[in-house]
Design a protein around this ligand. Structure first.
Ligand SMILES: *[C@@H]1O[C@H](CO)[C@@H](O)[C@H](O)[C@H]1NC(C)=O
Length: 295
């Protein structure tokens, strides 16, 4: 996997500011360094409710396009507030219109705990999403919670390899990496995404698809996580961030300030060929350069 630095490229990025269901106005800001040539989108919402509505629309559209093109939709979830922000997908019209039987569910990261543990991302998704719409149970690929972190990562990668072989998961045409139709991520105040934490050696992992850590700075310590090459091979990556505690990091990542400092993991999320969309509420966006919400 190559990480291409585009250096200081000045490219326009469209900021959408959704003020309601029907009125979306956008404004352009210039001079965002390091933006890939096909760009990325940053969407800013008045509140979590509007974000949630548009996120449901976005996921439903990708699902429809993927099912039409490939017959399936392979999506990776993570934990945190993401699942509750996806709640509108379980409501009308999506609950009826989305072809749930074609979904294959994975986790971009998971805590190595029992599936009924409060820290389990599987449990979070099961309670908030999987139990509400008709997924096919055999399409839900969670980790084996009875083995070590190392074995769980190895087993999970094996499962993914099988599904790449049968093209339930597509494959990247520039690396042998799986190409998920959609990877949904949150971001911590420290800039971590999935279980890729700042300055951690797993950020350098280029061979494995799924790896493990036993020293997460945020409990629980044992996690498995997709590696950056897998995240960056996806067709679509959405990073969903809300709240003022993340505003400074959102600014550092999206405005790409201090480019010589060691990269924040969220800044390393740069799909090689896929699309990257940031979904922010106005609190998370409040420190962005050029944002009408800037303080
Ligand atoms: C989990 O791993 C153990 C040990 O390898 C194995 O016996 C068990 O069948 C696995 N469970 C699942 C659900 O795959």
């Amino acid at each position: 996997m190559l990480y291409i630095s585009f250096g200081l490229i000045f490219a326009p990025v469209v900021f959408h500011y959704a003020v309601g269901l029907n009125s979306v106005c956008s404004f352009r800001i210039m001079a965002l360094p390091g933006v890939k040539k096909d760009g990325r989108e940053v969407k800013i919402y008045e509140n979590a409710d509007e974000l949630s509505t548009d996120l449901a629309d976005y996921v439903a559209e990708l699902s429809e396009a993927s099912v039409k093109e490939r017959g399936v939709f392979a999506v990776a979830l993570s934990g945190g507030s993401l699942i509750s922000l996806m709640s509108k997908l379980c409501e009308a019209p999506y609950s009826k219109t989305v072809d749930w039987a074609k979904w294959y569910i994975f986790w971009a990261d998971e805590r190595v705990v029992a599936k009924n543990h409060a820290d389990s991302n599987y449990k979070l998704a099961k309670d908030g999403l999987l139990s509400k719409v008709p997924f096919v149970p055999s399409h839900v690929h969670s980790i084996n919670d009875t083995v070590s972190a190392e074995k769980a990562a190895e087993d999970y990668e094996f499962v993914i390899r099988q599904l790449v072989r049968t093209r339930v998961i597509s494959v990247s045409d520039i690396s042998d990496c799986p190409k998920f139709d959609l990877i949904l991520l949150g971001m911590g105040p420290d800039g971590h995404v999935a279980s890729l934490f700042p300055n951690h050696p797993v950020l350098e992992e280029k061979e494995e698809w799924v790896t493990f850590i036993t020293d997460s700075p945020k409990p629980p310590p044992e996690r498995i996580t997709f590696t950056l090459p897998v995240i960056n091979s996806a067709s679509n990556v959405a990073v969903i961030v809300t709240g003022s505690s993340k505003a400074e990091t959102v600014h550092l990542v999206i405005d790409d300030v201090e480019p010589d400092k060691p990269s924040l993991p969220a800044k390393m999320v740069q799909p090689t060929k896929g699309n990257l969309v940031w979904f922010l509420d106005k609190e998370a966006a409040s420190k962005l350069d050029g944002s009408k919400f800037s303080q």
